[in-house]
Design a protein around this ligand. Structure first.
Ligand code: NBP
Length: 490
């Protein structure tokens, strides 16, 4: 795939793609592309990182160093394709500004970082107005995925897709002979889908954390015992990357102390913002995504050390006193985890469905689930059931209603309730399990308490309410009691 240009006796090899940003993700993506036969030109703000790559992992490979943006542009085949793998936010705009000085109409900029979808919408417009093309590509899989095959979710200027499709689909993870990379839609859709992927990831991690926490406190299991449980779970319907790595983590022993390393890890969980964005977006679009939001809130609470310290003194935690059959309880937790996971994914896909309408993206939800089967952090067998559900009914109102998920939830709900009830009784927080259960119970209940909310709103704000027994909008002067109540059609 090398294009060799001979000019005045000097041979120049032109690169298939230029990549800016040689941190964890960028460097591994470059090596992945090179492994698949592509020549890559690389640039980084700090030039030492270019040398480190060329003299280290990239030595002797088809990787060309570019120490300036001008140099980078001159090293690329046309139309030029430049991929940014830099920190989301201002650095992306700075590089776009610089690239616009050296690129030409028809050239393509791809942002592979975790950019906010609304920034991608803005940048796509900016580039298209100048006759260039822009792609916002969500990339998932972390360091290892970037090297061996990530899940890639590209969206933006459709005209760019034929020029980058071969490279992206070659380097992506492959499942059943299909690449985990397909065109998502226009402007910010690729980054939006990646954002929701990450939101679901927050919920998935939260739920697994709760399962671990319950076994630790209610069964008194040690790390080794829990490692066995997770290994076993990974053989069944919970089979997924996150369950697999949890088993590995539980098996890790600290060299210095001989203790399970996990029990030495501080419990203040960090975050980079995509879970928060997903939750904010759910609120903006009026989509209920409580289990995803709980994943974010739980991390926030975990980091509130000062408040936690004071509260732990004020309300001391009592060691649970329960007598449980370990095998039975482990199975109940597994069922609760799976049911909660279904709810979290239902919330994420509901958000995608609403966003598709709101932003006119025409998202193919079954195809998106397919892209997540390999390469990414939430990769799981289970995603095939989501693809099947949307294949059978592309207009599915909510994933919970698909036959496979209905059956699973009906089968698991008894254990789910028992696990949540026991946790609450014993003072163990399970915001993921509990919020998923509340979501499930709310969505299936035929007549919610929100009739009272409507009445209260009408009482203090004359916001009107609807009636179940007749059409129209009504307002009542509630405070006047039985005597003078009026219900006026408004
Ligand atoms: P980082 O997110 O840590 O970004 C490091 C890169 O950004 C370096 O090339 C750095 O240049 C450059 N950079 C920074 Br920081 N500030 C800059 C500025 N003001 N101007 C120009 N360049 C600047 O790297 P990463 O973890 O490899 O992630 C890259 C992108 O991929 C991010 O958007 C991230 O959210 C996303 N992502 C990361 C993962 C993951 O597992 N890490 C997974 C999926 C997606 P320097 O070398 O000169 O400092």
């Amino acid at each position: 795939m090398q294009e060799i240009i001979k000019k005045q006796g000097v041979i120049t090899i032109k690169a298939d793609l230029g990549l800016i940003g040689l941190a964890v993700m960028g460097e591994n993506l470059v090596l992945n592309m090179e492994n698949h036969g592509f020549t890559v030109a690389v640039h980084n703000r700090t030039p030492e990182k270019i040398d480190q790559l060329l003299q280290g992992r990239g030595a002797g490979k088809n990787i060309i160093g570019a120490y300036t943006i001008e140099e980078l542009a001159s090293q690329l085949k046309t139309p030029r394709k430049v991929m940014l793998m830099v920190k989301a936010g201002e650095p992306v705009d700075l590089f776009i500004e610089r690239l616009l000085e050296v690129l030409e109409p028809g050239d393509i900029i791809i942002d592979g970082g975790n950019s906010l979808y609304s920034d991608t919408i803005r940048r796509t417009k900016l580039l298209e107005d100048r006759g260039l093309f822009y792609v916002g590509a969500g990339v998932s899989g972390g360091e290892e995925g970037a090297l061996t095959g990530p899940s890639i979710m590209p969206g933006g200027s459709k005209e760019a897709w034929p020029h980058i499709q071969t490279i992206f689909q070659a380097i992506a993870a492959q499942v059943d002979g299909e690449p985990c990379c397909e065109w998502i839609g226009s402007d910010g859709s690729g980054h939006y889908v990646k954002m929701v992927h990450n939101g679901i990831e927050y919920a998935d991690m939260q739920l697994i954390g709760e399962a671990y926490f319950l076994m630790k406190h209610l069964l008194g299991f040690n790390a080794e015992e829990m490692q066995e449980v997770f290994e076993e779970w990974n053989q069944g319907e919970l089979d997924s990357y996150l369950i697999e790595i949890t088993g590995h983590i539980l098996g890790k022993v600290d060299q210095d102390t001989g203790q399970p390393l996990l029990e030495l890890v501080g419990d203040g969980a960090g975050q980079k913002g995509t879970g928060k964005w997903t939750s904010q977006e759910a609120l903006d679009l009026g989509v209920a995504a409580p289990t995803i939001a709980e994943g974010v809130f739980a991390r926030i609470i975990s980091g509130a050390y000062d408040q936690r310290e004071l509260a732990a003194k004020a309300f001391p935690f009592k060691t649970p006193q329960v007598d449980l059959d370990p095998a039975e309880f482990v199975e109940a937790v597994r069922q609760a985890l799976f049911a909660s996971k279904i709810c979290a994914y239902s919330q994420g896909f509901d958000l995608l469905a609403q966003a598709s309408k709101e932003y006119d993206w025409n998202l193919n939800l079954g195809e998106i689930a397919k892209l997540w089967r390999g390469g990414c952090i939430i990769r799981a067998q289970f995603l095939q059931h989501i693809t099947d559900a949307y294949d059978q009914n592309p207009d599915l109102e909510n994933l919970l209603l698909a036959p496979y998920f209905q059956e699973t939830l009906k089968g698991n709900q008894e254990s789910w309730r028992k696990v949540v009830a026991l946790a609450v009784e014993q003072g163990l927080p399970v915001p993921g399990f509990a919020s998923a259960l509340a979501y499930f119970d709310s969505i299936r209940h035929p007549y919610l308490w929100t009739n009272l909310v409507q009445a209260q709103r009408d009482y203090f704000g004359a916001h009107t309410y609807s009636r179940r027994d007749r059409p129209g909008a009504f307002h009542t002067q509630w405070q006047l009691g039985d005597k003078v109540v009026t219900s006026d059609e408004v």
